[in-house]
Design a protein. Structure first.
Length: 279
C-alpha cells in the first residue's frame, strides 16, 4: 500500500482499497451482529475494518498520496470523522441523519434506522463525555419513536457541560419546516404583544430556529456526487462555502475531510466586499 501511494503521486493517481484485514475477514458476508445471526450469514468483526482503516489513513498521511476507502460501514470508522474534527479544533459539526422527506422510505427501513440510532447512542454516550463533546439535535423530534426521543434527551442532558466540540444531529429535519415553525412562533408572540412587528429582524428569526445555539455555517460538505442542498440549513448557509465530492458518506474518510478543509482555506471569503477591502 505504501509503494502504491508513492508511485501514484507521480501522475496524481487514486488508490482505491476495500479496508478489511483478510486474517480477520475470513470470508464473512456482513457485519457480525444480530442481523447476520438472524439471516444465517457469516459475520465480519468490525475490527477487520478498523485495523485497515487506521493503517491506510496513516500511510496516506505519510506519503501524501490519494486514497479512497470503499465500503466503509462500521460505526467506528465513521467516528473517525468526528475524531478528526476534534483534532483540528473544529468547534461545531452538524450531520444530516434523517430528513422530513425520509419518512417516505419503506417502513421496515425506517424502523431499522431508528433501532440503529438507539443502539449507537447507547454505545457512544461514554465516548462523547470522554472526548468532551456536547451532543445536540435539531429537527422536529415529536414524530420520532418515544424511546428514541427519550434517549436523545438523556444524551443531550448528560453531555450539556462538555465544551470541546458540539456535535449536532439533524433528525426529522427540514429547513422549510424549521422556517415555518419559526414564523408560527414569532407570529404568536406578535399576537400576544411579546414582540413588536417592527422589531423583527434577522437576529429575532435566528433566535427561533432550531440552530439558535450555533453560529452560521462556514463549510457545507455534500457527499455522493449530488449537486443539491436537499432542504438542509438553507437559512444558515447564506454565506457558507460549498464543497461537493463524489464520495459516498460511508466512504468519506479523514483524508477526504482534510482535502475539503484545505480547499476551503484557499478560498477568499468576501461577504459582499471586494478583494482590496479584505486584503
Amino acid at each position: 500500500m505504501k509503494l502504491a501511494l508513492l508511485y501514484s503521486k507521480d501522475f496524481d493517481g487514486l488508490i482505491i482499497n476495500y479496508p478489511n484485514d483478510k486474517s480477520i475477514f475470513n470470508n464473512g458476508k456482513m457485519h457480525d451482529a444480530t442481523p447476520s445471526t438472524n439471516l444465517g450469514l457469516k459475520g465480519i468483526s468490525n475490527i477487520a475494518e478498523e485495523i485497515m482503516v487506521d493503517r491506510d489513513i496513516n500511510l496516506a498521511k505519510y506519503t501524501e498520496g490519494n486514497l479512497h476507502l470503499s465500503y466503509i460501514s462500521a460505526k467506528e470508522s465513521v467516528n473517525k470523522i468526528v475524531e478528526a474534527c476534534t483534532e483540528l479544533g473544529i468547534k461545531n459539526l452538524t450531520l444530516f441523519a434523517f430528513s422530513t422527506e425520509n419518512w417516505n422510505r419503506p417502513k421496515l427501513e425506517i424502523d431499522f434506522l431508528m433501532k440503529l440510532l438507539l443502539l449507537s447512542l447507547n454505545k457512544e454516550l461514554k465516548s462523547l463525555n470522554k472526548n468532551n463533546i456536547r451532543f445536540k439535535t435539531i429537527g422536529n423530534l415529536e414524530r420520532l419513536p418515544k424511546r428514541v426521543t427519550s434517549y436523545l434527551k438523556k444524551v443531550t442532558k448528560e453531555t450539556q457541560d462538555n465544551n470541546k466540540m458540539t456535535l449536532t444531529l439533524a433528525l426529522n429535519y427540514g429547513e422549510r419546516e424549521e422556517i415555518v415553525n419559526a414564523i408560527q412562533v414569532i407570529g404568536d408572540k406578535v399576537k400576544n404583544n411579546l414582540i413588536s412587528l417592527k422589531n423583527i429582524d434577522e437576529s429575532v428569526i435566528n433566535q427561533h430556529l432550531y440552530t439558535h445555539y450555533l453560529p452560521d455555517v462556514d463549510l457545507l460538505i455534500r457527499t455522493s456526487g449530488e449537486k443539491r442542498i436537499s432542504n438542509f440549513l438553507l437559512w444558515q448557509i447564506a454565506y457558507a462555502e460549498l464543497y461537493f465530492t463524489k464520495k459516498l458518506w460511508p466512504d468519506f474518510s479523514k483524508e477526504d475531510l482534510y482535502k475539503a478543509i484545505v480547499n476551503y482555506q484557499k478560498r477568499e471569503r468576501r461577504f459582499g466586499k471586494t478583494s482590496e477591502q479584505i486584503n
